[in-house]
Design a protein around this ligand. Sequence first.
Ligand SMILES: [Zn+2]
Length: 232
Amino acid sequence: MWKRCVQYVIDFFNLLYPSLCYACGNHLYDGEDGICVSCRMSLPYTFDDQQKYNTTFKVFDGRVRIRAASSYLYFKKKNRVQNLLHHLKYKGSKKLGIMLGKMHGEQLSMSPLFNLIDIVLPVPLHPEKLKQRGYNQSSLLAEGYADAMKIKWDDAILIRKTATSTQTKKSRYQRYENMQDVFECIQVNQITNKNILLVDDVITTGSTLEACVETLMKSGCSGVWIATIAVA
Ligand SMILES: [Zn+2]
């Protein structure tokens, strides 16, 4: 009886506040979780995890040495991927972060290019921004990747020291200069000779990830792999 009452209350709330798909905004049916079946079948997947010289890898070519890179989805303005990232970054959808990391992580766990990784590290947010937002979306992703790939993750090893001014109106060299000395590794012994999967939500210029890779390599890790949810 009690169980049935609880179910009535849940059904009533679902009627008032139906769960919507994070990507397309349509109502979710029973059994659909976060992203509807139709979106899961038709999102703009890159399927790039089997090819080394893919779009994401090429962003870093000639800039910094990475072992492999993969992005889960193609980002375009006003596409469903933008909606997903918006929910992840600004709407506090923590569950979505872990879910997306898991979805991509499951794919990577089957790729021979990504089978040597020891630990997942997220790109850190500046402490001020972390305070404002309350969470680092990349840490949520890292948790999902680590879960799917059955490895550990840690968001206290790679930290951000200074806030940067906006990158979008700068030249590539200015962006590079702007990012110098922004990141730092603490607990260096945790990453010495380790293979690292560095994760972030989206790649635009690649400058942030590039600076993180440099910091990690200087700190003595063995190699860096990159995974993001979206590539522009
Ligand atoms: Zn949908």
